[in-house]
Unconditional design. Structure first.
Length: 407
């Protein structure tokens, strides 16, 4: 082996070690989302709250992302992904530890805002860092794998949660996990310079122009609708399964984790299909239609409990096609490497909108009218997602026609 070969292999090893740690950061952030559904019954018993309040604990987590995702992207483009990633992990650890000590609901909700800030920073910085670390040819596959971190982290929380004796123990464990990731990033993840892009003074203007363009705006809307549908179900799935199947909370957690893991299958499948040239808008439209149709059987009492659970698997696996496709499309929509963090911020704005509105709306309507009312909201979101995918396809078609010019 020559010295040059050894250096190349060492560089590749460091690159993929960085990728693995960054993926771990995404999982650690997603744990903060998944811990609420599995701790829902514990929270109800300990704090004496109803499903609407549990929905608030779950949904308020993403409030900062509604207004902060794009500014976070601008900050990342200006100061660097590694620094922001570290700040995000520190915020998660501090927020989770504060929540574990919360004496009442108000303090817990406030701590969730701090966790949400950390989640926002991690989920915007990490994919932007990956985009700069991996080769362009590996981007679609890498983003498909990255899109797995959310369902994987949620599934991990759903499986591990019942092993703890109280919701406070779950919060302490999630804080410790974030702290370990902070140390790993500090030691092993190098700072990565932006490939190209405008000077810092022009970042805000570039970001504003990006947000006003048709394609980035539609991608943000699609992520919002997907997130709303996903969290409308998964924020309360353990409770729903307990009521429909009559299983224990631990069994409900395991089944919910299995359903969340199905989303990973969809994410990875999307990566393979995109690599083979599949239509991005068609993948999104088909997935949205299947999610909407599945929701009818899940929330309405037409099917038995196990039939509804099988539809949960279909809902999750098919839905996984959407985030992987959107994340793979985002770098090209950004048009420059410097604007990739801002584009990711736009996607996170949409994702956080769904995370906020989904749990709160479902918790409210289920408390008032029962599980069947949730199906109306999911079906409406699915129809809107299909319409947005159609608009995205028309925009792509028009741009191709303009590029070809008149015959």
């Amino acid at each position: 082996m020559t010295i040059e070969t050894a250096v190349v292999q060492q560089s590749e090893t460091k690159r993929w070690a960085t990728v693995a740690i960054v993926m771990g950061c995404g999982i650690g952030a997603a744990l903060q989302v998944g811990k609420v559904p599995i701790a829902a019954s514990m929270l109800q018993q300990s704090l004496g709250i109803d499903l609407a309040a549990v929905g608030t604990v779950a949904g308020v987590f993403a409030v900062l992302g509604l207004v902060g995702s794009v500014p976070a992207g601008v900050v990342i483009a200006a100061v660097g992904t590694r620094r922001v990633l570290l700040c995000g992990l520190a915020s998660i650890a501090l927020g989770a530890a504060s929540g574990a000590l919360a004496p009442q609901l108000t303090v817990l909700v406030a701590s969730r805002l701090l966790e949400g800030l950390g989640f926002l920073l991690v989920m915007v910085a990490a994919p932007a860092l990956l985009d700069r670390v991996v080769d362009v040819g590996a981007r679609d596959v890498t983003m498909a794998v990255w899109s797995c971190v959310m369902p994987f982290g949620i599934a991990l929380a759903l499986v591990a949660g019942p092993m703890f004796g109280s919701w406070r123990a779950i919060w302490w464990a999630s804080a410790a996990f974030a702290a370990v990731l902070f140390v790993l990033v500090g030691i092993f993840v190098p700072g990565v310079a932006s490939r190209t892009g405008p000077a810092r003074t022009g970042l805000l203007q570039e970001a504003t122009a990006l947000a006003r363009r048709r394609t980035p705006a539609l991608l943000m809307v699609l992520f919002a609708l997907y997130s709303l549908m996903f969290f409308a179900l998964f924020s309360f799935l353990p409770i729903l399964l307990t009521e429909r199947l009559g299983v224990s909370s631990q069994s409900a957690g395991g089944l919910s984790a299995l359903a969340a893991a199905g989303n990973v299958v969809g994410n990875l499948t999307a990566g393979k299909l995109l690599a083979r040239g599949a239509s991005r808008t068609l993948l999104i439209a088909v997935a949205a239609i299947v999610m909407g149709a599945s929701a009818l059987g899940i929330f309405l009492p037409a099917l038995g409990g196990w039939g509804a659970f099988l539809l949960c698997l279909l809902f999750s696996a098919t839905g996984g096609l959407i985030p992987a496709t959107l994340l793979a499309t985002a770098p090209a929509a950004a048009r420059s490497a410097a604007m990739v963090p801002v584009m990711m911020g736009l996607l996170m704005t949409g994702s956080n909108f769904g995370q906020v509105t989904g749990p709160i709306a479902v918790g409210t309507v289920v408390s008032a009218w029962g599980w069947g009312a949730a199906s109306v909201m999911v079906v409406a979101a699915a129809i809107l997602a299909g319409l947005a995918a159609w608009m995205l396809a028309r925009g792509d078609h028009n741009r191709v026609g303009e590029a070809r010019g008149p015959a």
